[in-house]
Design a protein around this ligand. Structure first.
Ligand SMILES: NC(=O)c1ccc[n+]([C@@H]2O[C@H](COP(=O)([O-])OP(=O)(O)OC[C@H]3O[C@@H](n4cnc5c(N)ncnc54)[C@H](OP(=O)(O)O)[C@@H]3O)[C@@H](O)[C@H]2O)c1
Length: 271
C-alpha cells in the first residue's frame, strides 16, 4: 500500500520500535520528514539523525501535521505522555504498547480511533509479523491507515483483542527466541570446529530457508518429518532436543511472555 494511505506519521517515543518503523517506511517516504517527541537528548538526536523533526518544544506540531500518531513509549510510561493528547481530540492512534487494551488507550488519549499493533524490530527489514486489533469505535480512516502501516512493516495479522498477549509472546518476543535459537545453533557449530562467523551465517541461512518453506503454507511438523530420514542424523538430533526439553521450553517461553503482557494492564490499573 502507498504511503499516502498511511499519511503523515508522528511518534511519541523514539526508541527501538519507532526507529525500526522509520527504517521500513523510509524508502516510500523519500526525504519526507516525520515528527516525534522523545525523552532524553540521546533519543532525540537519534530521531533527528533518522530524518525526524523534534517536536518536544512544540507537541502541537506533531498532532497538527500527523495523520497517524504512533505511541511508542513503554507501557510504564503511558501516563507520562497522557497530557499530550489534550492537543487534538481525535487523532488516529496506533499503540505499540504490550498489554495495554484499546479501552485504556481510548481513555488515556480521548480518541475513539485506536489501533493496537504488536510488531517486532524485524520491521526495519519489512519482515515483521504485525498482530493488530482495533477499538470497536475505530472508523474507516483509522482502519485503512493502520492496515497500510502494518503492510509496510511486514505481514499484518488481524486478530481479536483477546489474542494480543499471544501475539506478543510469539511475534514480539518470539523474534528474540529465534535469535537465541540461532545463537545456540551457531554455538553448536563452533563446538564442532567452525568459526562463530561461519556457523552464524549457516544458522541464518537455515532459518531463512525454514521461514520460506513455512510461508509457502507447509506444516512445520510435516517439514520436520521430511528432513528426518530413517535412522539418519536428524532424528538423532530431534530426539536429543526433546530429551533436553526443547519443545516444552519454547512453549513455556511464549506463555511466560504472553502472561507478562497480560500482567501489564493489571499492574497499571492497580498503581
Ligand atoms: N522492542 C520490541 O521488539 C517491541 C515489540 C512489540 C511491541 N513493543 C512495544 O513498543 C513500545 C516501545 O518499545 P521499544 O522497544 O521501542 O522501547 P524503547 O527502546 O525503550 O523506547 C521507548 C521510547 O520512549 C521514550 N519515552 C519514554 N518516556 C517518554 C516520555 N515521557 N516522553 C517522551 N518519550 C518517552 C524513550 O525515550 P528515551 O530513550 O530518551 O528514554 C524511548 O525513546 C513498548 O510499549 C513495547 O511494549 C516493542
Amino acid at each position: 500500500m502507498s504511503d499516502t494511505e498511511i499519511g503523515q506519521i508522528g511518534f511519541i517515543g523514539f526508541g527501538k520500535m519507532a526507529d525500526s518503523i522509520v527504517g521500513a517506511l523510509r524508502p516510500s517516504m523519500g526525504s519526507e520528514p516525520f515528527r516525534f517527541i522523545s525523552r532524553t537528548d540521546e533519543s532525540r538526536r537519534r530521531g533527528v539523525d533518522r530524518g525526524g523533526i523534534d517536536c518536544n518544544d512544540s507537541p502541537a506540531q506533531l498532532f497538527e501535521r500527523s495523520d497517524i500518531v504512533v505511541i511508542a513509549v513503554t507501557p510504564q510510561d503511558l501516563d507520562d505522555v497522557a497530557t499530550l493528547f489534550s492537543l487534538r481530540p481525535e487523532p488516529v492512534i496506533v499503540s505499540l504498547l504490550a498489554g495495554i487494551s484499546t479501552d485504556r488507550i481510548r481513555t488515556v488519549t480521548g480518541s475513539q480511533r485506536v489501533c493496537r499493533m504488536i510488531p517486532n524490530i524485524a520491521a526495519a527489514k519489512r519482515r515483521s509479523v504485525v498482530g493488530m486489533c482495533f477499538a470497536e469505535t475505530a472508523d474507516d480512516e483509522c482502519r485503512t491507515r493502520a492496515h497500510a502501516l502494518a503492510a509496510e512493516l511486514g505481514t499484518p495479522l488481524p486478530i481479536p483483542e483477546r489474542l494480543m498477549p499471544a501475539a506478543t509472546g510469539i511475534g514480539g518476543s518470539g523474534l528474540a527466541f529465534a535469535f537465541r535459537f540461532a545463537h545456540a545453533l551457531a554455538l553448536g557449530g563452533v563446538a564442532e570446529g567452525m568459526t562463530y562467523e561461519q556457523a552464524s551465517r549457516a544458522a541464518a541461512a537455515v532459518l531463512d530457508g525454514a521461514a520460506a518453506m513455512l510461508l509457502d503454507g507447509c506444516h512445520a511438523g510435516q517439514l520436520e518429518t521430511d528432513v528426518a530420514s530413517p535412522a539418519g542424523t536428524t532424528i538423532e538430533g530431534l530426539q536429543r532436543l526433546d530429551e533436553d526439553g526443547f519443545t516444552a521450553a519454547v512453549m513455556h517461553a511464549v506463555r511466560a511472555a504472553s502472561k507478562k503482557a497480560r500482567s501489564f494492564e493489571a499492574d497499571l490499573t492497580r498503581n
